[in-house]
Design a protein around this ligand. Structure first.
Ligand code: 5AD
Length: 431
């Protein structure tokens, strides 16, 4: 019996690639196992966005060396670290059987046949085997609409690891959405590294047009997307969001820094003013929107004054959520040659101050739901307390609530919010 075990790091694109790998392997007669000791094939689907992610993979590979002595499992390294390091992974860990980059997920036959020990090409068609997707959620489907990235942010490894942008044809996306809905997936999340740069290669239709078309597919009760680039926010995208009640009132819009000087050095293609103007335009159309963002602190040459600009931008926008990271040098990126590194202790202090500010804004936002009845898409039992049900609001907050577990998964329920917790809301379903 051929069996496989797969471990996934990183972003949703990688999670989806794992679903594709898993589906593809099942189609080829493999059975998925949760215990790596029982696997004849072990896949590590890796991330290389920051150095930490990379270190974890190499320490895992050390453990797998021992396991392989006992089980003789085949070991494959996939994902962004695979793309970044290629042959060097095998040089460092010769017990790895193959290395395949994200462009090769659709080419399992060739890989498993041992035709490529190191597969790093980006075939134009990327061969999407959508029928073979092994979706892990019963209510939600991720759908890739664009792969790769044509931006050249100076800190970022993604253009190297995921290749140039390729959008999928509009009709192919719609077909996949309809097929997902037919299997009970009432929530669709469109994915891309720069999702809102989407443009149909055949008809030229843009992201706004695609959003509207997907929102209008019968049975799509909630539509989300990730990740948007601030310089690609178009009026058609804003109008589509405004005019379709089933498009989530949530927008992740990574700002990275509040200083125009730093943004220029990052090559983000917008200034502080332009970013704020974009936020204003979206808020004017959709006042209740929940904004979240990513911030990098300690980018080379970031001064106290630059950082204060980030603090003041965050104060002005009042993001509901934020992911903030210390700058991590990535191999081959232009930022390696820019400016003086920021002292690690200073970067840590900046990060702490930023989180404190952000916590206040999150708290304010979460507290504002207390006493209100909000629509919640029911996803299943709560992760931490099986007595409770769990779902998400329209603006992407997790709600844990008391209610009747017999209602079908994917139902839209009214929940009265009683309490704001650290990152989530708590309440009770109402009739
Ligand atoms: N160092 C730190 N953070 C990074 N990110 C991307 N590259 C780096 C890097 N070299 C962050 C950005 C991005 C998020 C996914 O990861 O904030 O939006």
């Amino acid at each position: 019996m051929k069996t496989f075990f797969i471990e996934t790091w990183g972003c949703q694109m990688n999670e989806l690639d794992s679903q594709r790998l898993s589906g593809g392997l099942k189609l080829r007669g493999y059975k998925r196992v949760d215990d790596e000791r029982a696997a004849s094939l072990i896949l590590l689907n890796t991330c290389s966005i920051r150095d930490k992610a990379e270190q974890k993979v190499f320490s895992r590979l050390g453990e797998l060396r021992e396991l392989k002595k006992e089980t003789a499992a085949q070991i494959g390294v996939c994902g962004c670290l695979a793309q970044q390091e290629g042959q060097r992974i095998i040089d460092r860990a010769p017990w790895v059987d193959f290395v395949m980059g994200p462009g090769n997920v659709g080419y399992l036959d060739e890989i498993l046949a041992g035709e490529h020990r190191v597969a790093l090409e980006f075939p134009e068609d990327r061969r999407y085997d959508y029928d073979a997707l092994d979706r892990t959620s019963a209510t939600k489907a991720w759908v890739t609409i664009i792969e790769g990235c044509n931006k050249n942010c100076t800190f970022c490894i993604v253009p190297t690891t995921r290749g140039r942008e390729v959008s999928r044809p509009f009709e192919g996306v719609l077909q996949e959405v309809r097929a997902a809905v037919a299997t009970g997936r009432v929530e669709i999340e469109l994915l891309g590294q720069t999702v809102n740069a989407y443009r149909c290669p055949q008809s030229g239709r843009d992201f706004g047009a695609l959003l509207s078309a997907v929102a209008e597919v019968e049975g799509v009760n909630r539509l989300r997307f990730m990740t948007s680039h601030p310089a690609e926010v178009s009026d058609s995208m804003i109008v589509a969001m405004r005019d379709h009640a089933n498009i989530s009132r949530y927008l992740h819009l990574p700002v990275q820094s509040g200083s125009s000087r730093v943004l220029r050095r990052m090559k983000r293609l917008y200034s502080r003013e332009k970013y704020l103007e974009t936020i204003g335009r979206i808020r004017a159309a959709i006042p209740e929107i929940h904004f979240s963002t990513d911030v990098i602190v300690g980018f080379p040459g970031e001064t106290d004054e630059d950082f204060e600009q980030t603090m003041s931008l965050v104060e002005e926008v009042r993001f509901g959520s934020m992911f903030a990271f210390k700058y991590s040098p990535r191999p081959g990126t232009p930022a390696l040659k820019i400016g003086e590194p920021v002292d690690d202790a200073i970067a840590s202090e900046r990060l702490t101050r930023l989180f404190e500010l952000q916590e206040r804004h999150k708290r304010e936002r979460l507290e504002s739901y207390r006493g209100r009845v909000v629509p919640v898409l029911y996803e299943g039992p709560s992760r931490h307390d099986p007595e409770m049900l769990s779902g998400r609001t329209d603006d992407n907050w997790v709600v844990n609530f008391r209610g009747d577990a017999r209602v079908p998964l994917g139902s839209m329920l009214g929940v009265r919010i009683e309490q704001a917790q650290h990152h989530t809301l708590r309440g009770e379903a109402v009739a």
